[in-house]
Design a protein. Structure first.
Length: 508
């Protein structure tokens, strides 16, 4: 053994020749393999260069960085998708992306406050000749509304509806026509710029704090449009060439039908309706920028009172409060509102310098040190605890993996039946309630020996005769014909065989 050890030691101490180092650890000479991959790589490079040259020749590389308006067209681009013969898509003279009022979104609260108020709902559904007529089988003055009236009341959330979780929060109800005219006029004067712009952003104005909070959803309240410059004088929209736009609701709004009906109704014999129509006609008109300044439909060129813009990098305009608003509000409030507007529209300030960043770091150096020390301590404690609980952690991970698989399947089931506009939690609640209600109905059927038809018949399920007693949100339904004294809603008393023979109600 001693001789073998000495021989091995002598062999280790032997110098290594260059021939032995020629191939390194490989047992045979090195060689270049898969040379054909170079051909593929070169072909890919060639294709990339060809596509790039083709794009530069036929495309517009500037579209990689040019800002885009609300329709997706590029500001300062001479050609856009869908160019028409009139050249409306030629935005080469409009290099700046600015913002105008989205009147349809901004006026949602005021429109609902007027259209769904007690004053307007009375002329829409009550009296001997309401704007929305009674059905032929319904006696005038009856407390049971017609299907069209039910549709209006449901759209206004004035009666229980699957689309409503409560009444509209629009600044309070208006009980009579004169108050409606005064309230809406005061609010619309601020929005259309007829009164001082500072009132629009003041909590003491007619619109309250609505426009202080509008930055929370700035993308919905403003239209992104291409303009010649950020310094357009929005205050002078009454100059030559200015246009006018009369408010109209979006086509997909459930209240549009009733707004149009109210506006077009022949009110020659109805003074109250005339007052409401005059309120709409006089106050829901907007001045818009001229077509030379804003090459869009007038509804997309309405300026927001009290707001101006300044140039920033990238062809974008930044929000600023007008001088009269700044004079009326404190500098802190005006700066705060301006800052919220910039943040909401993703226009960040470019004025920060390296010196400012270094100064901020120096001010917070103590926090950085504290975080580093705590991270080390917490990490050390975690590793120590893990050393003694690794088995438990492994089995817990296996268990949680199965739990997440089950939850994932449950979420997939909920997602498959989720309705548009419903949250995941709301859908989960509805699925759970449906399972519980179905189980209760099955038990009741087994006990009574009767089979129930659980299908929903009629536009509003008025011919339903099943055994389920819960709404989709888990509220127990009132018995047919139940009175208010029994804790039932006011509408429940109308649904019984005597008052509502068309509903085919024969039992609870």
């Amino acid at each position: 053994m001693a001789e073998e050890s000495n021989a091995a030691q002598q062999e280790e101490n032997q110098p290594v020749s260059k021939e032995e180092l020629q191939y390194g650890p490989a047992s045979r000479p090195r060689s270049f393999t898969d040379a054909w991959c170079l051909i593929v790589l070169l072909a890919a490079w060639g294709a990339y260069v060809f596509v790039t040259i083709l794009g530069l020749a036929d495309g517009n590389p500037a579209k990689l960085y040019l800002p885009r308006d609300f329709k997706g067209d590029y500001c300062e681009a001479a050609t856009n998708w869908g160019n028409d013969t009139a050249g409306k898509k030629d935005l080469s003279a409009y290099p700046k992306l600015s913002y105008t009022m989205n009147a349809t979104a901004v006026l949602q609260g005021n429109v609902k406050q007027l259209l769904c108020s007690t004053a307007v709902s009375a002329v829409m559904t009550s009296g001997s000749t309401p704007i929305l007529p009674y059905d032929t089988w319904t006696e005038p003055g009856s407390s049971f509304p017609s299907p069209k009236q039910i549709q209006y009341l449901s759209a206004c959330c004035l009666m229980p509806s699957v689309e409503c979780s409560g009444s509209f929060e629009v600044g309070g109800d208006i009980s009579n026509v004169d108050d409606a005219a005064a309230t809406i006029k005061a609010k619309m004067d601020e929005i259309t710029g007829k009164s001082a712009a500072a009132d629009l952003f003041s909590a003491g104005g007619a619109n309250g704090e609505v426009f202080q909070d509008m930055w929370e959803d700035a993308t919905a309240n403003f239209n992104q449009v291409c303009l010649p410059t950020c310094n357009i004088d929005f205050a002078n929209t009454a100059d030559d060439g200015a246009r006018e736009w009369t408010f109209s609701m979006a086509d997909d709004d459930p209240l549009k039908e009733f707004w149009d009906t109210l506006v077009a109704f022949d009110a020659s014999s109805f003074p109250e309706v005339q007052t409401i129509q005059s309120t709409i006609t006089d106050n829901f008109k907007f001045k818009a920028l001229s077509e030379a300044e804003c090459p869009y439909n007038p509804k997309y060129c309405i300026p927001m009172p009290g707001i101006e813009f300044s140039d920033t990098a990238g062809g974008r305009c930044s929000f600023e409060m007008s001088s009269d608003v700044q004079a009326a509000l404190t500098d802190a409030v005006a700066s705060s509102l301006t800052g919220m507007g910039d943040a909401a529209s993703s226009i960040t300030s470019m004025g920060d310098s390296v010196g400012t960043w270094v100064g901020d770091f120096e001010k917070s150096i103590g926090t950085f040190i504290l975080v580093c020390v705590l991270s080390f301590v917490i990490g050390f404690i975690y590793l120590t605890v893990l050393r003694f609980t690794v088995g438990f952690c492994v089995w817990l991970s296996v268990f949680l993996a199965f739990v997440f698989l089950i939850l994932g399947g449950y979420l997939c089931i909920i997602q498959s039946v989720q309705c548009a506009g419903s949250s995941l939690f709301e859908t989960g609640t509805q699925v759970t309630v449906a399972l519980a209600a179905s189980a209760e109905a099955a038990i009741n059927s087994a006990i009574t020996g009767e089979s129930a038809d659980e299908n929903c018949y009629g536009e509003h399920c008025e011919a339903y005769s099943g055994m389920q007693q819960f709404t989709i949100n888990g509220n127990r339904c009132a018995a047919w014909g139940a009175s208010i004294n029994e804790g039932a809603p006011a509408m429940a008393g109308l649904y019984n065989p005597l008052k509502s023979p068309q509903t085919c109600v024969t039992d609870d």
